[in-house]
Design a protein around this ligand. Sequence first.
Ligand SMILES: Nc1ncnc2c1ncn2[C@@H]1O[C@H](COP(=O)(O)OP(=O)(O)O)[C@@H](O)[C@H]1O
Ligand SMILES: [Mg+2]
Length: 229
Amino acid sequence: MIQVLNVSKTYHHGQQEIYALNDISLKIEKSDFLSIMGPSGSGKSTLLNLIGGLDQPSNGQIFIDGQPIHGISDDQLTLIRRKRVGFIFQFFNLLPILNAVENVSLPLLLDGVPFSRIREKAIHLLESVGLGSRTEHRPEQLSGGEMQRVAIARALITDPAVILADEPTGNLDSHISEEILGLLKNLNQTGQTIVLVTHDSKAASFGKRIIRLKDGSITEDISLSESRA
Ligand SMILES: Nc1ncnc2c1ncn2[C@@H]1O[C@H](COP(=O)(O)OP(=O)(O)O)[C@@H](O)[C@H]1O
Ligand SMILES: [Mg+2]
């Protein structure tokens, strides 16, 4: 479970103070699929990055499974980020010199686990996202949809408490987007907690719950009925 308690984030821009998030509180239950919507600049990425430990709140507290991720050292934060959270980004963020199975393995390689011990799991994950025949391909040899599948497999390699996806279909056409969102939905149905940032209401409807942000505040929080496709 993820708890965000009275979190604010202020950026200083010259003399100006920008309130990216304004006293946000939010509870995300295990196995939830939360979509975060809102116009550009409303604080969606800021909120996701704080939950994922990419950045620290100016005020307030954030807990992942009871473990605080505010006010801790950079080293501790790096460990949590690597082990407890799986990120998926709009532009995939794969390393161009690594092939698919190496990219998927990277989070564990960075932790010093030998490749020989990860390889099988990485291949299995690539198979689970439909890329069993692309394990040796480098990113430049893959389509956008395939690159995002590699990124999903990479996000899963550490068995994270939560998958955080920031506009993961923002760079894909609608047919491929639906495939990627369907993959995330399948993962959620196996119990994986997912937080999806999107400005596309169709993409958001793949979630079980939608919150809307405006000017750094939550303006709406709705549960989607189970009967929805
Ligand atoms: N590193 C930063 N420095 C200064 N301002 C920032 C920074 N990151 C985000 N902001 C500002 O915070 C607000 C929220 O940004 P962001 O969370 O990226 O919005 P969204 O993802 O909803 O488009 C915006 O006004 C943005 O300009
Ligand atoms: Mg954003």
